[in-house]
Design a protein around this ligand. Structure first.
Ligand SMILES: [Zn+2]
Length: 181
């Protein structure tokens, strides 16, 4: 079987370590908030699979009011290659087809499978914006602390990515099991 190209839960933990605010999270809280974000993705995946049994991510996007725009380019900026973007205001997912082709080839996926996986990631972000609330806000830390006074709050962006990874992986597992059954 092909390896699933997105992080599992351990890999998602590394995503948290890379967050700019990582060091401000008390060590004792790390596991709990990782679980919380991952599980939010898992339950959203179950909800979506029940709502749209056997539908592709492309079909689900449409049912959830999303437009998919395909751009032929290989989108590279600095040292980062972008595969897709989600714009909540426009309810739009942009797919960079040449970037996705490279990623598909690297992971030995068909272009169609790769698009489905990338769409599942972005659909999670759309669900966050429309139904679930931002996963990044599940845990907030004060921005400035002066003695006992705490001013401002910030969510942790990596938590949204962790939720998306939990979502994509669960969608993938549910689909795989279906083909076995
Ligand atoms: Zn994302």
């Amino acid at each position: 079987m092909k390896a699933f190209p997105f992080p599992d839960k351990d890999g998602a933990g590394e995503e948290l370590e890379r967050d700019l605010l990582y060091r401000k999270i008390p060590v004792g809280e790390l596991e709990r908030i990782l679980d919380m974000a991952w599980n939010r993705g898992v339950s959203a995946a179950k909800m979506i699979s029940e709502k749209y049994p056997r539908k592709s991510m492309e079909e689900i996007s449409k049912w959830e009011g999303l437009r998919i725009k395909r751009i032929p380019s290989d989108q590279v900026s600095g040292r980062i290659r972008y595969f897709s973007e989600y714009y909540s205001g426009r309810r739009e997912i942009i797919l960079y087809l040449a970037s996705i082709e490279k990623w598909a080839e690297h992971n030995r996926l068909s272009d169609k499978e790769a698009v489905e996986m990338i769409l599942s990631h972005e659909i999670y972000h759309h669900l966050e914006c429309t139904k679930l609330g931002l996963t990044s806000d599940l845990y907030q830390i004060p921005i400035i602390r002066i003695g006992k006074l705490k001013i401002g709050k910030s969510g942790i962006r990596a938590l949204s990515e962790i939720g998306a990874h939990g979502f994509s992986r669960t969608i993938y597992e549910i689909k795989e099991n279906k083909t076995v059954m």
